[in-house]
Design a protein. Structure first.
Lengths: 433, 321, 324
């Protein structure tokens, strides 16, 4: 059984007219013999039989307009039953449709609510400056001859002048930190604001300004580093108690008769250096796409100075005697405090410690000294009651607070480091070996 | 004809002509089913010009076909699975779905393709012939097929002139199928003997019966030798286009009687009679071979239908090298 | 380094490439004994012979089409069109064939040819021998379009063009053939798609190419005396286009003038406008984007009329001043 269908006889033909049949029902037909006359939108032509047999039935009447591929009749053997069913050929692949155009999502840009309307048209750059400085274009007093607000007009407003003056900024003379020097939004903001908050241009009656200073120098760099460390590294904190009683006694004995006293911090540095040397996972850092492990235990120790924070580094601290560590630490701290410390002296570290002991701090989350794997902080020492051999005893205890980069090590790695440091601090004679 | 042809050559001719015919019929059917995007130009009735000519050439010869040249591509040895896939715009098509029926090409087998702008293939063929001459390749020629309609394009005359004055190893084959799109040759040229166009360029030419595949073959064998030894030549193969110009053609410009008269001179009928009368093959063998051709076309159709569409990510591919 | 003419730089580029690669050859009308209509191929017939420096009949479709065919068969032809206006005679070969064959044939061929031609007005050659038609070619994906303005650029860019596996349209500037410039002696190429900031400045960006580069630099010099510091960007290639340099410059200066010798209406300047307007640079504009091209008329024969039809140094200065 073969279906007779309305053929597609032209590139854009969608429907055709069956003008007349050329054969009667019951007549034999041969393949390719013309059996009907059809009309497309352009011309009239003959259509041929798709197969040999008897013309069994004509479903569609002469004069009908039907879609392309509609079944018009059947050719088969005498007596064959004509199927019921769809009047469009279904046993062939459906015609290839051009891909439906993906519905484009219309994105409405967040309309900057600070973009102000004005009675005069303004250039794009003028609008940008007005928005960034929160200047209302209606306040623009001086307008160019052609009735359009340009950048210079915005900058001539009293408010803009005041902002620029107080920040010693020339807004039109800027190259930015963006890609290839592009001025980015944050550049404009950073130029027109003293800190990362938007400037309050309307003075608040309850706050009297008594000082204003530009962020620069060490404080600016430290601030930037801190921000980066805090925002980019998955930092986890883990604490461990350490019994400092024996160390305190040990130190007292060592310092008898010594002119330059060894500090607790010196012991902490040495103990940390020994532990770091033993544990490569601590001496590792993420560099680009790779994890790099370093050989040395170069221990940095935080020194607070007037204008910020330095972390001088004692190189190969595990190989130095406590006396030598103490000497270097004293010298470097001194240099940091009077700003004579050199970059060589505060770089190259593979791990850092920070001691808040003098401030009676109970716990803290030190920020990692980028790009190191972690930082070991120690709190102030407090007296506590503990049980030993079923007796109550008084002990001097501190907390080791370690922040670590969870990309580089996990909780177990951090605990192991602290355990070893704790072990050394609680059995101080081992530090000397 | 008393000449002896090698049996496998005759078998190859019979098979390829049937393959070409069956391919064209199948494309026509697929078009009527709405499966072919755009349009296509079928060459039913012209198989002998393609098969006879190309079988007389050597595989290393460069060939430029026409937009009606599925049979030329088949004769040159294109993989019909991939050619069918191209016509159905699939990624596995011979042009990755980006060319379509009018731009079927496979430079890997030295078939420099069909071109949709008439008149340009002859000049480009002068270029490939020029490269042959510069490289001093002594057993290769460059062949261009073009039709009677496009023989009136200016570029064709420029090509004939360049070929003659530069003595290029090029063979021009004009397939005169009697009609441009709808224009009978008598309406578009004063002297319908196209072979005369070689005269002003001092180039030899010949007109032959394009429906006699053996005459075509013999002529091109000799022509190839001439081109290698003496320079360019023009052969006009007279035939008739049974198909409409394209799929929108309602044949308003010619009569049914004319079409039917030429159907009697069908090139496949001709070679069939020759083979049987000369006892080369019997009817059963010929039918079997034709059936083989049918099966190959079935396979091509299945392959093409099941092939994937090109992916959007590759849309910029091949704009630049 | 040596100081040579634009014409000599082109000659050197082709000759050096022909010595380097025997597949390179050149075809054109009167390029052999006559040395080319503008004398560019002087000495080349003597060095390379008739087989590689081919004089053609007057048949642009013919020999440009032949170049396409030869390129498809693996050679690296250069065709010279005597006047850029004649590209209209063989337009099919350039834009329907050369530009598209690779794409249509699914990547199985390449068309490594160079079309060189003499472009531009200023010689009294009148309407059909004076046009700048680069925008017509830039409209066709598959082509590359190059417009050099100095001998240094011409040599480096032409070498890149000859070595490129794509069809390259190399539009030489007629009135620059005799100009001189410093050119290194060693082999060098200039990549496509890289504009050259010929003069750095901060007040206004002048984007230009071809003969207008010299005019813009002259205008910038004059404006400096009035305290206007203009930046002049020479695009060098229109396709591929160096949009990054354009955008960065406009962001810097906030004012832009586009200058080209071609007719202003529907000229390439329109494309540059669109590129700028549809980029980050839009938000930094402190004035409309302005274009300066030729008047919307065929090039007249009378020399005064011709000069007035084209951009001038005065017009460039006036346009820039009007923006600031």
């Amino acid at each position: 059984m073969v279906e007779i269908f309305m053929p597609k006889a032209g590139m854009d033909m969608k429907e055709g007219t069956l003008i007349r049949w050329l054969k009667e029902a019951g007549e034999p037909v041969e393949k390719d013999e013309p059996i009907m006359e059809i009309e497309t939108d352009k011309i009239t032509m003959e259509a041929e039989a798709p197969g040999d047999g008897i013309l069994l039935s004509k479903i569609v009447e002469e004069g009908s307009v039907v879609p392309v591929l509609s079944v018009l009749g059947y050719i088969g053997e005498e007596g064959e039953e004509i199927p019921e069913g769809p009047s469009v050929i279904m046993n062939f692949e459906t015609p290839i449709q051009p891909e439906a155009a993906a519905k484009k999502e219309v994105q409405i840009e967040n309309i900057d609510k600070k973009a102000v309307s004005s009675n005069f048209p303004a250039t794009p750059y003028a609008k940008m400056l007005a928005t960034q400085s929160q200047i209302d274009l209606k306040d623009v007093v001086h307008i160019s001859d052609n009735g359009i607000i340009h950048a210079a007009d915005v900058l001539a407003t009293p408010l803009a002048k005041r902002i620029a003056k107080s920040n010693q900024v020339n807004l039109t003379d800027t190259t930015g930190t963006g890609y290839h020097g592009k001025i980015t939004k944050s550049d404009v903001l950073s130029l027109t604001a003293a800190d990362t908050d938007t400037i309050e241009i309307f003075e608040n009656p309850y706050r009297t300004e008594i000082a204003r200073k530009t962020l620069k120098g060490v404080r600016k760099i430290v601030g930037k580093r801190m921000y980066e460390s805090y925002s980019q590294v998955p930092t986890v904190m883990q604490s461990m108690k350490v019994d400092m009683t024996d160390l305190i006694e040990f130190r007292r004995q060592i310092n008898e008769g010594r002119e330059n006293k060894i500090s607790l911090n010196d012991f902490i540095i040495k103990a940390t250096a020994i532990a770091v040397k033993e544990m490569p996972h601590v001496r590792s850092m993420i560099v680009g796409e790779e994890l790099v492990t370093y050989a040395e235990a170069n221990i940095g120790f935080a020194v607070a100075v007037e204008d910020g924070l330095y972390v001088p580094v004692i190189k190969n601290a595990d190989l130095l005697s406590i006396g030598e560590i103490s000497r270097q630490a004293r010298e470097l701290a001194g240099k940091a405090r009077n700003s004579t410390i050199t970059p060589d002296e505060y770089s190259g570290g593979t791990f850092s410690v920070t001691n808040m002991g003098m401030y009676d701090v109970y716990t803290f989350n030190p920020i990692i000294n980028q790009p190191e794997s972690g930082i070991l902080g120690i709190t102030g020492i407090g007296e506590v009651l503990r049980l030993a051999d079923e007796k109550v005893v008084v002990r001097q205890e501190a907390i080791l607070c370690m922040s670590y980069d969870h990309r580089v090590m996990d909780g177990v790695g951090s605990a192991k480091l602290k355990q070893r440091v704790k072990e050394l601090l609680e059995h101080p004679i081992q530090i000397l070996i | 004809m008393n000449k002896q042809y090698p049996k496998d050559l005759l078998a190859d001719m019979w098979f390829k002509m049937n393959l070409a015919r069956e391919f064209e019929n199948r494309v026509q059917w697929l078009f009527s089913m709405g499966l072919v995007h755009g349009t296509t130009h079928l060459g039913v009735g012209e198989e002998a010009t393609a098969v006879g000519s190309i079988l007389a050439l050597k595989p290393q010869d460069y060939v430029f076909g026409t937009h009606r040249g599925h049979s030329q591509a088949i004769a040159k040895g294109i993989d019909i699975d991939h050619m069918m896939a191209e016509i159905l715009a699939k990624a596995t098509g011979v042009c990755k779905g980006k060319g379509g029926s009018m731009h079927i090409a496979d430079p890997d087998i030295h078939y420099f393709g069909a071109d949709g702008v008439l008149g340009t293939s002859p000049v480009m063929c002068c270029g490939t012939a020029l490269s042959i001459k510069k490289r001093k390749e002594n057993d290769r020629i460059s062949v261009v097929f073009f039709g009677d309609g496009s023989s009136n394009e200016g570029a064709v005359f420029e090509a004939l002139n360049l070929a003659a004055v530069w003595e290029l190893p090029i063979l021009f084959i004009c397939v005169n199928n009697t009609y441009g799109m709808s224009s009978h040759i008598t309406k578009v040229m004063k002297d319908t003997d196209i072979s005369k166009r070689a005269i002003p360029f001092g180039m030899p030419s010949k007109s032959i019966d394009g429906n006699n595949v053996l005459e075509v073959y013999d002529t091109i064998v000799k022509a190839r030798k001439h081109v290698l030894e003496h320079g360019p030549m023009l052969i006009v193969e007279n035939t008739y286009r049974i198909s409409g110009h394209s799929k929108s053609d309602g044949n308003l410009y010619r009569s049914k009687e004319e079409i039917n008269a030429w159907k009697e001179k069908c090139p496949i009928k001709f070679i069939k009679n020759y083979l049987i009368e000369n006892g080369v093959f019997n009817d059963k063998q010929l039918k079997a071979a034709a059936q083989d051709a049918n099966i190959q076309v079935d396979h091509a159709q299945e392959y093409a239908k099941n092939s994937p569409e090109p992916i959007m990510e590759n849309i910029y591919d091949d704009v630049y090298a | 380094m040596s100081e040579i003419t634009y014409s000599q730089a082109i000659n050197d580029a082709i000759s050096e490439e022909m010595r380097r690669d025997e597949d390179v050859f050149m075809m054109g009308e009167d390029i052999g004994l006559y040395c080319g209509a503008f004398g560019v191929s002087k000495g080349m017939l003597q060095e390379f012979g008739e087989e590689r420096i081919m004089d053609t009949p007057i048949a642009e479709q013919g020999f440009v089409g032949a170049a396409v065919g030869a390129a498809m068969a693996g050679m690296r032809p250069i065709v010279e069109l005597m006047f850029s206006d004649f590209m209209c005679v063989c337009f099919d070969e350039l834009v329907n064939e050369a530009a598209k064959l690779r794409f249509m044939f699914g990547g199985k061929v390449k068309v490594p040819m160079v079309m060189r031609t003499a472009s531009g007005a200023g010689t009294g050659a009148a309407a059909q021998h004076s046009q700048s038609l680069e925008v017509c070619l830039a409209h066709f994906p598959g082509l590359k379009v190059v417009v050099p303005s100095t001998p240094y650029d011409a040599k480096g860019l032409l070498k890149t063009a000859i070595r490129d596996d794509n069809p390259v349209m190399f539009l030489e500037q007629k009135t620059l053939y005799r100009t001189k410039g410093e050119v290194p002696q060693e082999d060098y190429t200039i990549p496509f798609g890289v504009a050259d900031i010929k003069r750095s400045g901060k007040d206004c960006t002048i984007i230009t190419y071809g003969r207008m580069v010299q005019m813009s630099l002259e205008a910038a010099k004059r404006m400096q005396e009035k305290g206007i510091d203009a930046e002049v960007i020479d695009l060098r290639t229109l396709l591929p286009l160096d949009t990054e340099t354009i955008i960065k410059s406009v962001i810097k200066t906030k004012h832009v003038l586009i200058v080209h010798e071609a007719v202003q209406f529907a000229g390439f300047g329109g494309e540059i406008c669109g590129q700028i307007a549809d980029s980050e640079a839009f938000y930094y504009l402190d004035a409309p984007i302005r274009r300066l091209g030729a008047r919307n008329i065929p090039i007249p024969f009378n020399p005064k009329l011709e000069a007035e039809t084209l951009p001038t140094v005065d017009k460039i200065c006036a346009s820039v001043e009007g923006l600031l």
